[in-house]
Design a protein around this ligand. Structure first.
Ligand code: ADP
Length: 372
């Protein structure tokens, strides 16, 4: 026991001496570049975070490649002042600190990092940084979406509320009651459509093909879409003409594809003048089915074309109130295309009309039969 204790004490003293000696070495011999503790470099290189080591003169002694790519190092200095401030605080009191910091790696772009700063030795401070730009973007889209949804829902709900009051006050005027109740009907339809589209869209967010994928006949999708808009088209005396190559199939989620094609035909009818014509064509080009809906309607200005696929975006919000548009239709079309391995193209000219093309990978029925 005694001998074991003595050996332990000697080893302890040696370790303490060696540690002090190495510290002294760092102070005296390696004054300009402090020694990075053995093993630390290996540990830092396997971390997923970007790592930077800062000496007591605020100089970057070592940095991993992602740290440079992240834009937190300029020459041999740590770039954002906020991060440097954190390093100095840690150096003063030895407390580990964390912070979320935004930076501008390039003019006009903002990146977000989560930084963790800790003392590594008496002279070296370790900064670990993780890129959180994507998470921030997703979170801000989610916040915008929730804010937009609540705003958009409030409009028809508010209108219903007012109309219900108006009906109550007009109980002695049967004509007014009929008028108000038909507007209530319209608003409740708008609300139902909005809720349905919000549900459709939230299901589509990941742009992943759903488990319900089946072989879908393009001809069926088109006739259902035309059927869906038939009443409105008839009302506006719009003729819907179809020209489809026979036996075109795609492999995808039927309900989603139905929603996308119906939205395109519905928009063509909505944004076309009375007495005009809407054309739906579908053909096989290379290995893709190209389904195009063309109208001779109001068209879309060139600078708006990029934006119409955004959620809740409407070229003319005042007009949208009249047409009952939600601004979600094309956003659904875009996500359906992406989830089903395709894309959507648009051509439009104000005053001339618009043409939307859904491009989807074709499904070869012969192959299906061979496998069966
Ligand atoms: P909405 O429910 O308002 O129609 P969409 O997302 O389907 O929403 O369309 C977004 C906007 O794009 C519309 O508000 C409209 O301004 C414009 N748009 C869509 N399709 C057409 C079209 N065929 N012709 C003209 N403008 C269109």
């Amino acid at each position: 026991m005694l001998i074991a204790g003595a050996i332990g004490a000697v080893i302890g003293a040696m370790v303490t001496y060696l540690w002090r000696y190495s510290e002294r070495q760092q102070h005296t011999v390696d004054e300009p570049t402090p020694v990075v503790p053995a093993g630390a470099e290996l540990v830092l290189s396997v971390l997923s975070s970007s790592a930077v080591l800062i000496d007591s003169a605020d100089t970057v002694v070592k940095a991993s490649a992602p740290a440079f790519a992240m834009g937190i190092i300029n020459d041999d200095r740590l770039e954002p002042d906020e991060l440097m401030g954190l390093v100095r605080q840690v150096r003063r009191d030895g407390q580990v600190r964390e912070a979320d910091i935004s930076l501008q790696p390039k003019r006009g772009t903002t990146a977000y990092i989560h930084a963790r700063v800790a003392p590594l030795t008496s002279r070296l401070i370790l900064v670990l940084a993780d890129d959180r730009t994507r998470e921030q973007r997703v979170e801000s889209i989610r916040r915008d979406f929730v804010a937009n949804v609540s705003h958009e829902l409030k409009t028809p709900v508010g209108a219903l509320n007012l109309l219900a009051e108006a009906v109550g006050e007009a109980k002695d005027d049967p004509e007014a009651v009929v008028r108000f109740s038909s507007r209530m009907h319209l608003e409740s339809e708008r609300l139902t459509r909005l809720v349905q589209q919000i549900i459709d869209l939230s299901r589509l967010q990941n742009d992943i093909l759903s488990d319900d994928a089946t072989v879908v006949k393009i001809g069926e999708l088109v006739s259902e879409a035309c059927e869906h808009s038939a009443t409105e088209a008839e009302h506006k005396d719009i003729e819907i003409v179809t020209s489809l190559e026979p036996d075109l199939f795609v492999h995808g989620d039927r309900a989603q594809l139905h929603a996308a094609v119906s939205n395109l035909v519905e928009n063509a009818v909505t944004y076309s003048p009375s007495g005009s014509r809407v054309t739906v064509t579908a053909q096989l080009t290379d290995d893709d089915v190209r389904l195009t809906v063309t109208d001779n309607g109001i068209g879309i200005p060139g600078d708006e074309l990029d934006r119409i696929f955004e959620r809740f975006y409407r070229v003319d919000p005042a007009r949208a109130r009249a047409t009952g548009g939600t601004g979600l239709g094309l956003s659904i079309v875009k996500h359906v295309a992406a989830s089903n391995g395709g894309s959507v193209e648009v051509w439009s000219e104000p005053g001339l009309g618009s043409s939307f093309t859904l491009v989807l990978p074709a499904h070869n029925e012969d192959m299906e039969e061979e496998h069966a």
